[in-house]
Write a protein that binds this ligand. Structure first.
Ligand code: FES
Ligand SMILES: [Fe+2]
Length: 347
């Protein structure tokens, strides 16, 4: 189950350049493309003629044409034309609210009447030229909530990411979790430690010494429906840690948009936004490559964990202190699901 009345990242703009894109989101099969004015458009991936996926068709001058018998579909889900046919009585297909903002195409898979652009979180890093962003997309066979758990409990870094961002001090430093309405924040601050390899690279990238003790922080922020932004960084020790002046630290935001595909698979849009050396494209590429390697390490763990859970649905799992960020995030999700329940049942 996933909240459907929410904005999810459906794709990045480069995925809908000349061909329509078929993508399942929250159990809904969508076709995504650009309409006549270049506007991002999301429709049901179902041709009203014989049910062929429209995503196998083509887009010309913003017109989506079915690849089977040439039906031409409008951005509102109404058939515009079909060779040799009168299309007036053709049933409409579903059109999903879509917006393009912050370098992503967002869709609202639930009740279109409730879609509200104001509900899209404001992402300062995506608009402000003082920031640079690099990221990617993984398709993972796991429940979206396992990914939320993963990101809200970074103690796994010590084990899964031992050679890049892991270090024993993560395990040894307790976290603090607070809940502000629908937002859950889990934070950890480590002092006077040595920087692991990824952070040494980032320190060097910012022109700072990488062989001196540092203070390190991780502030994981969950917001509905399933987005996790993590403020991470290191500062030369004793300069104020998280609050240190910019010239003493390398800090960034790990960006995670987790879009459920099915109950047990996700589209995971990951990336990192940083506000140091924003014009250094080489540094962006280096960080992105490092993050790609690090996040790849989670895939097998999540997929095989999912397989275990499906094989043993009766097993009760533990909830330890380190799990509190994920547990609280799931409570928020459960609340949203309960609020949508009558609607999801009726749909
Ligand atoms: S199935 Fe699309 S035109 Fe026939
Ligand atoms: Fe991880």
């Amino acid at each position: 189950m996933f909240p459907k009345n929410a904005w999810y990242v459906a794709c990045t703009p480069d995925e809908i350049t000349d061909k329509p894109l078929g993508r399942k989101i929250c159990g809904e099969s969508l076709v995504l493309y650009r309409g006549p004015d270049g506007q991002a458009t999301a429709l049901e991936d179902f041709c009203p003629h014989r049910g062929a996926p429209l995503s196998l068709g083509k887009v010309e001058n913003g017109k989506l044409t079915c690849g089977y018998h040439g039906l031409e579909m409008g951005c509102d889900g109404k058939t515009v034309a079909m060779p040799g046919q009168r299309v007036r009585g053709f049933p409409a297909i579903r059109a999903y609210p879509a917006i393009e903002r912050y370098g992503f195409i967002w869709v609202w898979p639930g009740d279109a009447a409730l879609a509200d652009e104001a509900k899209l979180h404001h992402l300062e890093w995506a608009e402000n030229p003082a920031w640079a962003y690099g990221g990617g997309l993984f398709h993972i066979h796991c429940d979206y909530r396992l990914m939320v758990d993963n990101l809200m409990d970074l103690s796994h870094e010590t084990y899964v990411h031992a050679s890049s961002i892991g270090q024993k001090e993560i395990d040894e430093t307790p976290t603090k979790t607070v809940v502000n309405g629908d937002e859950v924040i889990t934070s950890r601050h480590m002092e006077n430690i040595s920087a692991p390899p990824f952070w040494r690279m980032a320190l060097r990238g910012n022109g700072l010494a990488d062989d001196v003790p540092v203070d390190r922080w991780q502030i994981c922020r969950f917001t509905p429906p399933s987005h996790v932004m993590i403020e991470v960084g290191v500062a030369h020790a004793g300069k104020g840690g998280y609050d240190a002046a910019a010239e003493h630290k390398a800090a960034s935001i790990v960006v995670d948009f987790i879009t459920p595909e099915t109950e047990t698979s996700i589209w995971y849009f990951w990336g990192m936004a940083r506000n140091f050396k924003p014009d250094d494209a080489e540094l962006t590429a280096t960080i992105r490559a490092g993050q790609h390697t690090i996040f790849s390490e989670d895939l097998q763990m999540l997929e095989l964990q999912q397989r275990n859970l499906l094989a043993h649905p009766e097993r009760k799992l533990l909830m330890l202190n380190i799990d509190s960020g994920g547990v609280q995030s799931r409570k928020v999700i459960d609340r949203l699901l309960a609020a949508e329940a009558p609607q999801q049942v009726a749909a």
